[in-house]
Ligand binder design. Structure first.
Ligand code: ZN
Length: 206
């Protein structure tokens, strides 16, 4: 007996791929696929075009490692951003959260993860040597650690602090108010802005 396939292999494939998106299981993927195919001209075709151009144009910024369609990214290429401040975030989503909050006018370094012996993620994988090179430049005076308040996030923050010890920069971190295990992306803009303004020097055991 063959498995029931409502819309043929093309729609099946669509459902399978949609089901890989965060927050979408098979059931919601089927609903989303049906929603799309019912709106071929208004939604499915424009979405397909947008995905294609994103797939072609999105790249990692060679300076800060965020994702953008230009390299250097819009933030690194913006002369009005303060080059003295570099904020270290785990993920592009965290950068977007800080930008949404609108409380920060410096630059970024996107780790793209945290150190993890278990998953085989080492300092090179999250760009720490490149961050140290940036931090040693005369224009950089402060590195703000905005890694998540998880065990991995804090382990990574400690490692970075040690790696930057010889760079002659102040290393600070977001003030508490960021809940333990809290991810920046889930914080409201006001809380994030306050945590940023009330940042303090990074200390062992903090
Ligand atoms: Zn950049």
């Amino acid at each position: 007996m063959t498995r029931f396939s409502a819309g043929g292999p093309a729609i099946d494939r669509l459902v399978q791929l949609l089901a890989k998106l965060p927050g979408l299981g098979p059931r919601s993927a089927r609903r989303a696929a049906l929603h799309l195919v019912k709106r071929k001209e208004a939604l499915l075709s424009p979405l397909a075009q947008a995905m294609l151009s994103a797939a072609e144009d999105v790249r990692s910024c060679s300076v800060c490692r965020t994702l953008d369609t230009t390299d250097p990214c819009v933030i690194c290429g913006d002369p009005s951003r303060d080059p003295a401040l570099v904020c270290v975030v785990e993920d592009v989503a965290d950068l977007w959260a800080l930008e949404r909050a609108g409380a920060y006018r410096g630059r970024y370094h996107v780790l793209g993860g945290t150190l993890s012996a278990l998953d085989g993620v080492g300092p090179d994988d999250i760009g720490i040597p490149a961050l140290a090179v940036r931090a040693a430049k005369a224009e950089v005076s402060e590195v703000i650690l905005a890694t998540n308040a998880t065990v991995d996030g804090q382990t990574t923050a400690h490692y970075i602090t040690a790696a930057l010890a010889e760079c002659g920069v102040v290393v600070s971190q977001l003030a508490h108010g960021v809940p333990f295990g809290g991810e920046l992306d889930y914080l409201d803009d006001g809380t994030l802005g306050t945590a940023l303004r009330a940042r303090k020097p990074f200390t062992e055991g903090a």
